[in-house]
Write a protein of this length. Structure first.
Lengths: 165, 256
C-alpha cells in the first residue's frame, strides 16, 4: 500500500506540473490574459479602405493601447468597411469628435487604429460611431499615384513645351 | 469474390491491420469505467509512462529551444531582425515542434516499453492466465496504458514547450544579450493562445492517442517469442513515428 501511495502521489505531481506548465505558457508566452479588461464599451467607425487590419488589432491613443478591434465587416450598400472596436471602460472620457485613422507600426509592421481626440464636451458612449476617419495608406496606391502624377506632369510639360514654339 | 481471394486485393495487409487496430480500440474503450480500481490502474500507468518520461522530455525541450534560437538569430541577424527570435521560436514550437517531437520521443521512451511489456506478458502466458481467471486482459492491461498515454502526451508537450521557451530565454537573453522586455512582449503580442498554443495541445492529444494505440496493439498481437516481441517493438516505433508525421500534416491542413 505504501508503494502504491507513492506512485499515486508521483502521478498526481506529474499531472499538476503539466497543467502548471500549460498555464505558465498561456499567461507568459501567448496573448492570453493580455486583454484590455472585461469592462469595455463598443464603438465603430467606417473606412473606405482598411488595408490588412485584422481582428484583435490594437486601438491606440498617443501610442498607448486602449482597446482592440472586435469585428471588421463590409457595409453591403455603401461598400465601406465597418470596424467595430472594444474600448476599455477606464477611458470613458474620449470626446465624441475624435478622429480614427488606420496606421502602420513601423515600415512593415502591423496595422492598428490610432485615435486622435477632439475637443467636444460630450463623450463617446456604447454604440457611438466615429465620423472623422482616415483610411489606410496602401503602399501600391501611393507609389502608383506618385508615378502617375510625375508621369502626367512630365507629359504635360512636354505638351506645353511642344505647343509653345 | 470468394473470401480466400480477398488477400489478393492491393494493400490487403495494411488494411487488415488498420481494421483490427480499430476493432481493438473499440474493444478497449468498451471497458471504460471510472471505478476506483481502474482509476488507480490509470494513475499507476501515468506514473510509469508519463512521469518517468519527464526528464528526457525536459532535457530535449531545453536544447531544442536553445538550438532553435541559435539558428533563428543567425538567420534573422542578416536583416537586423534578431528581436523577432522569440516570435519565431514560440510559433514554430507551439504549432509543430513541441507536439511532434514530444510524440516521437514518447514513442521511443514509453511506446516501446508498453509494447515490450505486453508482448512479454503474452509470451509468458500471463494474458492467457488472466483470461482463465475471467479477467478481460484488454480492459485490465491495454486500457489503462492507452488512457495514460492519451493524458500524458499533452502534458508532456506543455512541459517540452515550457522548457524550450526557457532554453530560448537562456540563449537569446543570457548568451546573445537580447532585451528581455522585447523577448516577452513579442511572445505576448504575436503568439496567440487559441490559434498557436491550443491547436498544438489538441494535436498532441491526437498524437498521444495514436502512439499509445499502436503500442498497446502491437504488444497485444506480438508473436509470443523473443524475436516476435523484438519485431513488435520495432514496428511500434516505426509505425507510430510515421503515423504522427502523416497525421500532423492532415490535422494542420484541415483544422487551421
Amino acid at each position: 500500500m505504501r508503494a502504491n501511495y507513492k506512485v499515486e502521489l508521483a502521478s498526481g505531481i506529474f499531472l499538476l506540473l503539466g497543467v502548471a506548465a500549460l498555464i505558465w505558457l498561456a499567461t507568459r508566452a501567448t496573448d492570453y490574459g493580455q486583454d484590455i479588461g472585461n469592462e469595455t464599451y463598443n464603438i465603430s467607425a467606417r473606412f473606405t479602405n482598411i488595408g490588412d487590419l485584422r481582428d484583435r488589432a490594437p486601438v491606440k491613443i498617443g501610442g498607448v493601447t486602449i482597446g482592440m478591434i472586435n469585428k471588421v465587416e463590409l457595409d453591403p450598400v455603401t461598400f465601406e468597411a465597418i470596424v467595430s472596436m472594444d474600448i476599455s471602460s477606464r477611458f470613458d472620457e474620449i470626446p465624441s469628435d475624435t478622429g480614427a485613422s488606420v496606421l502602420t507600426s513601423g515600415v512593415l509592421g502591423d496595422r492598428y487604429i490610432g485615435l486622435e481626440p477632439g475637443g467636444a464636451p460630450d463623450v463617446l458612449v456604447e454604440g457611438d460611431e466615429l465620423f472623422i476617419t482616415q483610411s489606410a495608406l496602401v503602399l501600391e496606391q501611393v507609389i502608383g499615384k506618385y508615378l502617375f502624377s510625375t508621369g502626367a506632369a512630365e507629359s504635360e510639360s512636354t505638351e506645353t513645351g511642344s505647343s509653345e514654339p | 469474390m470468394a473470401i480466400n481471394q480477398l488477400s489478393r486485393i492491393p494493400f490487403a495487409g495494411p488494411l487488415q491491420s488498420t481494421g483490427s487496430c480499430l476493432v481493438f480500440l473499440f474493444r478497449m474503450l468498451s471497458g471504460l469505467r471510472f471505478n476506483p480500481e481502474q482509476v488507480r490502474n490509470i494513475l499507476q500507468q501515468i506514473y510509469l509512462i508519463g512521469a518517468r518520461s519527464l526528464v528526457i522530455i525536459m532535457i530535449c525541450g531545453f536544447f531544442v529551444g536553445m538550438v532553435l534560437s541559435l539558428q533563428a538569430i543567425n538567420a534573422l541577424e542578416q536583416f537586423g531582425a534578431s528581436d523577432q527570435v522569440s516570435l519565431l521560436v514560440g510559433k514554430s514550437l507551439f504549432r509543430e515542434l513541441g507536439p511532434v517531437l514530444t510524440a516521437l520521443l514518447f514513442a521511443g521512451r514509453a511506446g516501446t516499453s508498453i509494447t515490450a511489456e505486453i508482448g512479454l506478458m503474452r509470451a509468458t502466458h500471463q494474458i492467457d492466465a488472466m483470461e482463465l481467471m475471467a479477467i478481460n486482459p484488454v480492459h485490465r492491461i491495454a486500457l489503462p496504458r492507452f488512457i495514460a498515454g492519451l493524458v500524458s502526451v499533452p502534458l508532456l508537450t506543455a512541459m517540452f514547450n515550457a522548457l524550450a521557451i526557457l532554453g530560448s530565454v537562456v540563449f537569446s537573453i543570457g548568451v546573445m544579450n537580447l532585451d528581455p522586455g522585447i523577448f516577452w512582449s513579442k511572445l505576448q503580442t504575436g503568439v496567440f493562445f487559441d490559434k498557436d498554443l491550443m491547436s498544438g495541445v489538441w494535436k498532441s492529444l491526437v498524437f498521444g492517442g495514436i502512439v499509445s494505440l499502436v503500442a498497446v496493439y502491437f504488444g497485444y498481437t506480438a508473436r509470443p517469442t523473443g524475436s516476435g516481441v523484438g519485431t513488435a517493438t520495432t514496428n511500434t516505433v516505426v509505425l507510430s513515428s510515421v503515423l504522427v508525421l502523416i497525421f500532423d500534416f492532415i490535422l494542420t491542413s484541415f483544422f487551421t
